[in-house]
Design a protein around this ligand. Structure first.
Ligand SMILES: [Fe+2]
Length: 204
């Protein structure tokens, strides 16, 4: 999978936030998986849920960016009549991996697997899924097998991955106001700079 086409060859700590802001501005108005929110509303709602829950910046940022792979996959965005999974979670993880800490990257990369995980260990979780999410669950392989559950639970960021999944499901409310992407830009920059070893100079 090539995630470099849209991202360009040289995303850096100095350019990544503007790159993400541009995606939110240009493409955030697109429909989200047949849900009553746009893509940007969905991701901003997920971030807001994480922030209101008092989560650390890494988890808020992961919630904010968990579906960014819908915009970078060479297969394009999901459509409700898709008959195969387009692996937007890997596209997002690949995009973020050079610049974001593994905690953020793993929350993004595994947010789809987390749905399969939660459906396996908490049967009642399935009943909370939206119809569109149930549809994609079947495309994504259904609930995990016991072996898959055991392997998934070895991830050191399991708790955060599950949290981001919960915020993902919560971020589907029509007409719920959120701050814009710009509100989170400084936080995103701080997370990048902390990981890349740069001084956080570009606040604002
Ligand atoms: Fe999502």
């Amino acid at each position: 999978m090539n995630t470099g086409t849209l991202a360009g060859p040289a995303l850096t700590p100095a350019t990544i936030v503007a790159f993400l802001a541009d995606i939110f501005a240009r493409r955030g108005g697109e429909e989200y998986l047949g849900e009553p929110v746009t893509m940007s509303e969905h991701m901003l709602q997920a971030a807001q849920c994480a922030e209101h829950a008092g989560q650390p910046a890494a988890v808020v940022v992961a919630a904010l960016l968990h579906d960014i792979g819908h915009f970078t996959s060479e297969f394009g965005t999901y459509a409700p009549d898709d008959t195969e999974d387009r692996h937007h979670e890997d596209a997002g993880g690949d995009l973020l991996a050079p610049l974001f800490p593994p905690r953020v990257v793993d929350c993004v990369r595994h947010h789809v697997a987390a749905k399969r995980y939660l459906c396996a260990i908490r049967p009642e979780y399935f009943n909370k899924l939206s119809p569109a999410s149930v549809h994609t669950l079947s495309l994504q392989g259904g609930p995990m097998s016991p072996d898959e559950v055991a392997a998934f639970e070895r991830n050191p960021y399991l708790r955060d991955i599950v949290k981001v999944r919960v915020y993902d499901e919560a971020g589907k409310h029509a007409d719920l106001a959120t701050p814009p992407f710009a509100y989170y830009a400084t936080m995103v920059q701080r997370v990048v700079d902390a990981y890349c070893g740069r001084p956080a100079q570009r606040a604002g």
